[in-house]
Write a protein that binds this ligand. Structure first.
Ligand code: AMP
Length: 379
């Protein structure tokens, strides 16, 4: 089977590296310029708005998936004409999930709790929304927001007009600011037969909207919380006839789980599965698309994932040679706030994990934060 991946970033890289476990040949479609998949598989270097290029690429694949939601839908739809069943997750899923408003509508229509929000298409709708929902709140662009981009926290109504011009006058949602206890996420995988596998809920730490650390499983995780999150994923999976990995980002607040957003692809908060679970999220995504049985999602022990942001930190060889320390680099040049790699640290008890984390985390997180313009700003 020939599997095409739209996008050539780190997620494509890790999908390719999982492919030898399965009988498939992988190829990538990525815009010209730097990518993270050089030398790993054949690459078609064309833009995403080139529907002829896309069509040619898709016609050379049995199955096609994507590592990025911000692909222009009209061009992709044109390129998929007559062969739309090759894409997983489907075009309908991509269309709904790549827009925050349509995403949130799915959650509210189907009883999945989420932060109160309102849809804003023009400047005149801003003030009534803020009056209805209150401050603080967050303005978010409906499309192309990731890693905290396309967002503005509103603390006073006077901040609205500058926020509107800053975010570019595009469709937005205004959302209630949630004083959550912690952020969790659920990575799940579904195949065309409706079978689902769930990784344990993990705890995520974001700084300025960018993921820094994941702890897997989430400390103190209860069966009830896990079941609630799985219930959300099952509902969404059935509703969208979903095929592949999905990630639900959640806020835990007062014993409740609110969904913040979902991603219809493999996800940064699932990178720990590379070394900490029986089957990685990358392999399971391919398994779902190739219609081979899904792999075991059980954790092997306790894992922490630390992102390298901006640049790869200098770590001593002795530190990296520790048992249960795994470095993953994406082959990207250093740049402010860019994800350039990550470290997985595994242990067979929470105590052993925190012992290792105490040594390694300050070398990675602090170094990365020095690159940020302001640690206080944002969330
Ligand atoms: P997002 O792009 O929606 O995932 O937002 C990035 C990060 O911003 C989240 O992981 C949270 O840390 C924070 N955030 C987003 N929405 C809210 C909200 N409604 N209330 C509080 N924090 C939020």
């Amino acid at each position: 089977m020939k599997v095409g991946i739209l996008g050539g970033g780190q997620l494509a890289r890790m999908l390719i590296l999982a492919s030898p476990h399965l009988e498939c040949e992988v190829r990538v479609y990525a815009p010209p310029g730097e990518n993270s998949v050089e030398g790993l598989c054949p690459i078609t270097r064309k833009k995403f708005d080139d529907s002829e290029g896309l069509r040619e690429f898709i016609s050379s694949c049995d199955r096609v998936t994507y590592e990025w939601e911000n692909i222009s839908i009209p061009e992709l739809r044109a390129a998929l004409e007559g062969v739309s069943e090759r894409l997983f997750p489907s075009l309908k899923v991509l269309e709904l999930v790549s827009n925050r408003y349509t995403q949130k509508k799915i959650f509210t229509t189907h009883g999945i709790p989420t932060a109160e929000f309102s849809f804003i298409q023009q400047a005149s709708e801003l003030e009534p929304s803020v009056l209805k929902i209150g401050v603080p709140g967050i303005l978010k662009t409906c499309r192309e927001g990731y890693d905290g981009k396309g967002q503005k926290v509103i603390r006073k109504p006077e901040e609205l007009s500058s926020a509107w011009s800053e975010l570019g006058g595009v469709p937005l949602i205004y959302e209630k600011f949630i004083k959550f206890e912690r952020e969790l996420s659920l990575v799940a995988c579904r195949n065309a037969r409706g079978e689902m596998r769930f990784y344990p809920l993990v705890e995520n730490l974001h700084v300025n909207g960018i993921l820094r650390r994941t702890l897997a499983p989430a400390p103190g995780l209860s069966t009830q919380l896990q079941q609630t999150a799985q219930g959300y994923a099952k509902k969404i999976g059935e509703l969208l006839q979903y095929v592949g990995v999905m990630a639900l980002e959640l806020f835990e607040t007062g014993g409740k789980l609110l969904i913040n957003e979902m991603a219809s692809r493999v996800h940064n908060t699932g990178h720990w599965t590379l070394d900490g679970a029986e089957t990685s999220q990358f392999e399971n995504h391919l398994r779902a698309g190739l219609e081979v049985p899904l792999g075991d999602t059980a954790p092997k022990g306790y894992t922490a994932m630390l992102n390298f942001i901006g640049e790869v930190p200098t770590l001593a060889v002795e530190e990296l040679k520790r048992e249960g320390v795994f470095v993953h680099l994406y082959g990207k040049k250093p740049r402010l706030n860019r994800k350039v790699g990550h470290l997985n640290i595994t242990a067979d008890s929470p105590e052993a994990l925190f012992k290792k984390l105490k040594v390694l985390e300050p070398k990675i997180i602090d170094q990365a934060l020095q690159l940020l313009p302001s640690r206080e700003e944002g969330f």
